[in-house]
Write a protein that binds this ligand. Structure first.
Ligand code: MN
Length: 459
């Protein structure tokens, strides 16, 4: 294959170029310590630009973070207007595109098959104070079902255990089902851990399908063309051709090792426990590989990688029974897990509550839903609170649903695995005239003009 045959639009560097052009890439030349300091910088700039660390203590590799910390960056990476993000993600789940295998992929420019020492090779940072150690947090684990051969992708925290071993927190996922089946057949499960990916590939890896629906094909749908992949060298697996680093290896039946604690999505520590182990057999990477680090805990990058695919999934399902659903935000304060704000086009009384009920039935962890009219931007917390302040009569509009099923990620859960869920119907009551709720502001066309000509006001 000639150089340039692979699609340079599908890799992390393509996204970085777009960030740079949009003023969304900060290059840090000061040396930073991967132990806490690097994560602290990413916390300090948590809603800011992507941060490329040029000099990381003890490593030759550059490190990037805050790649997926805002919805805007995802839009930039795919040349989308903000309003098109949700429809594109829904499209990604609905219209998968088969992958295309290429040779001479950038992710295989360097091959290491002997004397692997991951702790030395990768500048894996430490994040939260009580984490068990350095963690790989942005690795997409790609595996195939031992019987069907169908691929699965998912992201899991991986603790650096030894020179060529990593702990894996699988949770009950498609990956854990495949590992379990491999174990029943007394086989190791081959896994490729892919680090340094385009935002679309990252989000696709967390998309919701059935066991056997291929997240790499969903990434293709996000790009609107096949995702290019490389054949791994030591395992029967494919990795995104443009990714920065690939760890090829396996997880063996029955092998468990103490993993954790680690600061997780809920902003508190996941406890220590016996979990699976990944054995690395080969590392392939780019010559000047960039290591992607996602800060754990409830850092916005961590939350959004999980929340955006979840929003698309819930939206897609809710839309079937509630077609007047307009938009959804799994909020940052709600850890991207527990709280949703949705907007609807209300035509009759009771529809706000119907929307609450619909959403609560779709996802076990979701426990609070706020419904607003479509004139409210669900991503603007001030306007959402304004709707609550001016459109809610609490005795009518706050509804409780005691003892619904949740899961153990919610530590407030009752012993029987339930929790009281609730909703706020902050849509306009229809018993007052529409004028009562009319938003007082400048004419829309004037606001548009000012926005369009904004630069002129700055000079
Ligand atoms: Mn899956």
């Amino acid at each position: 294959m000639q150089e340039g045959d692979w699609d340079m639009e599908q890799d992390l560097r393509a996204a970085m170029k777009k960030f740079e052009a949009a003023g969304e890439l900060l290059q840090v030349r000061k040396e930073v310590d991967p132990d806490y300091e690097l994560s602290a910088v990413l916390w300090r700039a948590k809603r800011g630009p992507a941060v490329l660390f040029e000099k990381v203590k003890g490593s030759k590799m550059r490190v990037i973070g805050n790649v997926n910390n805002t919805r805007g960056k995802f839009a930039i990476s795919l040349d989308l207007p903000r309003s098109e993000i949700l429809p594109r993600l829904v499209h990604g789940m609905e219209k998968p595109v088969k992958v295309e295998v290429v040779s001479n992929a950038p992710c295989q420019q360097v091959v290491i098959e002997r004397d692997i020492d991951l702790a030395k090779l990768l500048p894996a940072p430490r994040v939260s104070e009580k984490d068990a150690g350095p963690y790989l947090t942005a690795g997409i684990l790609i595996a195939k079902h031992p019987e069907t051969g169908l691929r699965n992708c998912s992201i899991h925290r991986m603790q650096v255990h030894g020179p060529d071993t990593l702990g894996v927190n699988m949770a009950p996922t498609h990956l854990s089902k495949m590992y379990q089946r491999a174990g029943e057949l007394n086989e190791p499960l081959q896994v490729a851990v892919c680090i340094g990916n385009h935002p679309a590939v990252m989000l696709a890896s967390n998309m919701y399908g059935r066991l056997g629906s291929d997240e790499l094909e969903m990434a293709g749908a996000l790009f609107g063309k096949p995702l290019q992949v490389a054949k791994c060298r030591t395992i029967n697996m494919e990795a995104p051709a443009g990714c920065e680093i690939v760890l090829e290896g396996e997880m063996r039946p029955g092998e468990l090792k103490e993993e954790g604690p680690f600061g997780e999505l809920m902003g508190s520590y996941a406890f220590r426990g016996k979990r699976q182990v990944f054995h690395c057999k080969a590392v392939t990477m780019r010559e000047d590989a960039i290591y992607h680090h996602v800060v754990g805990s409830n850092h916005p990058e961590h939350l959004l990688i999980m929340a955006m695919p979840r929003e698309a999934n819930i939206y897609k399902s809710a839309k079937v029974t509630f077609p007047r659903l307009e938009d959804i935000n799994m909020t940052e304060g709600g850890c991207g897990l527990f709280h949703a704000v949705v907007s609807i086009r209300k035509t009759g009384e009771g529809e706000g509550k119907k929307a609450i009920l619909t959403l609560l039935t779709l996802n076990d962890l979701l426990k609070q839903v706020t419904v607003v009219d479509s004139d409210i931007d669900v991503h603007d917390p001030v306007m959402v609170e304004w709707a609550i302040a001016t459109r809610v009569r609490a005795e009518k509009d706050v509804v409780l649903f005691p003892d619904l099923k949740t899961n153990k990620l919610d530590r407030l859960a009752n012993k029987d695995g339930t929790i009281t869920k609730w909703g706020i119907d902050a849509t306009r009551p229809l018993d007052l005239p529409a004028e009562v709720y009319e938003y007082a502001t400048v004419p829309a066309e004037i606001m548009k003009k000012v926005e369009r000509d904004w630069e002129q006001y700055l000079s």
